[in-house]
Write a protein that binds this ligand. Structure first.
Ligand SMILES: NC(=O)c1ccc[n+]([C@@H]2O[C@H](COP(=O)([O-])OP(=O)(O)OC[C@H]3O[C@@H](n4cnc5c(N)ncnc54)[C@H](O)[C@@H]3O)[C@@H](O)[C@H]2O)c1
Length: 401
């Protein structure tokens, strides 16, 4: 069986690498550079080893392409393209639409179309299917299913194989074929009664995280105002064996999911006249964290950061990955610069970002740790400036939240 996977990023390439063990995989991506690198056996995604990719290429089980017609004889097509927000923070389905156009224009025989991209309930039924129908030159009755991706890049304990996977088809046949496909490389498949439930569950999972992160970020501010250690309090609360789940404060939330997915839920909720107050406020609290941190740093340094050299340590949105999408470091740097600080950053995992490069980890007036990669030495961080503010709770001896 031949599988086409549209989008060869974090989600699509990860699925490709697992699926290639059982199927022939065509990885379609609109980015020529990504495709060129992949065809050389070079992976750009943590968790997908270049050696594995090269092995699949050599075995004729994987090839990347920018040519939509290369998916024409696939039996299953998986959509794994970005679902960001528009500039006015509304769901942006333009990438899904483009993927649907590729499918419509290139597939004249019925296939199983599975969406893995995160979006709001109704996307499969009311957007993907009609869009593919609209762009199909001949009438084709494809099968449609959703199986939202839960991959957590850089995570060692949970992967495609052992992370339970939700799925639902628009028809029973679509559900059965989806189960057959994923059961080859996923141990635990959970069928739900409709695609809308699977779509809503994915959004709610990330909304749960977003709201709880906002709560703990707000609590960190309360604890500081009360002169109580936030970390010790959280550890104390966490001794309760039920009814409590520990989240830790941070400079905000980043990545493709937590800052974005809840807004998809809020947008669709409000469209249907339902309030999304928690979600909206949680987003604000998380965004405001960067400003709070800069206020704290300024207050500890004579109230003024003008002309001070500030080193931001770690600009990836989370430890041990190079992903800078929606990283809280961006807002922290923005606020520091707006206070007149001379800001540089150190992050060897990211290397270069927004036209700037990672600088050395020393010689600053002030260091602010936003993300602590395992590879970065704690002692070196502490020695990088006379004043070190750590937003991660991982650098012992630094000033913290
Ligand atoms: N990254 C994660 O941890 C994660 C986890 C769960 C779910 N998701 C969801 O999965 C989806 C994909 O996310 P990602 O992290 O893989 O994104 P990504 O940006 O890493 O990769 C997307 C890829 O799609 C390509 N692309 C864009 N438009 C295309 C098109 N029309 N045709 C072909 N290729 C196209 C891009 O060039 C890019 O290589 C999103 O909906 C995201 O919310 C991501």
């Amino acid at each position: 069986m031949k599988i086409g996977i549209i989008g060869q990023g974090y989600v699509g390439l990860t699925i490709s690498a697992f699926a290639a063990e059982h199927f022939e995989v065509v990885g379609f991506d609109s980015n020529q550079n990504v495709v060129n690198q992949l065809n050389l056996g070079v992976s750009h995604i943590e968790g997908v080893e270049s050696a594995l990719l090269a092995k699949w290429i050599k075995a004729g089980r994987y090839g990347a392409t920018t040519n939509g017609s290369d998916i024409r004889d696939c039996q299953i097509v998986v959509i794994a393209v970005p679902t960001p927000l528009t500039l006015d923070r509304k769901p942006d389905l333009s990438f899904i639409e483009a993927a649907c156009i590729t499918i419509g224009q290139n597939l004249s025989k019925p296939v199983l179309v599975i969406n893995e991209s995160t979006s709001f309930p109704g996307t499969l039924r009311d957007f993907i299917k009609p869009t593919i129908d609209k762009y199909s030159s001949v009438k084709v009755d494809h099968l449609y299913a959703i199986s939202p991706e839960r991959v957590d890049p850089g995570r060692g304990d949970f992967n495609q194989k052992n992370t339970p996977r939700l799925y639902a088809g628009l028809t029973t046949e679509a559900s059965e074929k989806t189960r057959d496909f994923y059961s080859k490389f996923c141990d635990n498949l959970v069928e739900v009664s409709s695609p809308e439930v699977a779509e809503a569950a994915k959004l709610f999972e990330n909304t749960f995280r977003q709201v709880n992160i906002a709560l703990v970020n707000e609590f960190a501010q309360i604890a500081y105002a009360l002169g109580v250690s936030v970390y010790e309090t959280l550890d104390a609360a966490n001794t309760k064996p039920y009814g409590f789940m520990k989240f830790t404060p941070s400079a905000g939330v980043g990545g493709h999911c937590i800052p974005v997915d809840p807004t998809y839920l809020a947008a669709v909720a409000e469209e249907h006249g339902a309030p999304a107050t928690f979600i909206r406020r949680a987003n604000e609290v998380n965004l405001e964290m960067s400003e709070y941190i800069v206020r704290r740093v300024a207050a500890d340094n004579g109230g003024d950061l003008k002309g001070k050299s500030v080193l931001v340590v770690g600009v990836a949105y989370k430890p041990n990955v190079a992903d800078v999408r929606e990283t809280a470091a961006e807002l922290v740097i923005e606020h520091l610069r707006s206070q007149g600080a001379v800001v540089s950053w150190h992050d060897d995992v990211v290397g270069s970002w927004k036209g700037e490069s990672s600088t050395l980890l020393h010689g600053a007036d002030i260091s602010v740790v936003v993300t602590k990669h395992d590879s970065v030495d704690e002692k070196k961080i502490l020695a990088s400036a006379p004043y070190v503010f750590d937003t991660t709770g991982k650098v012992k001896g630094a000033i913290g939240l």
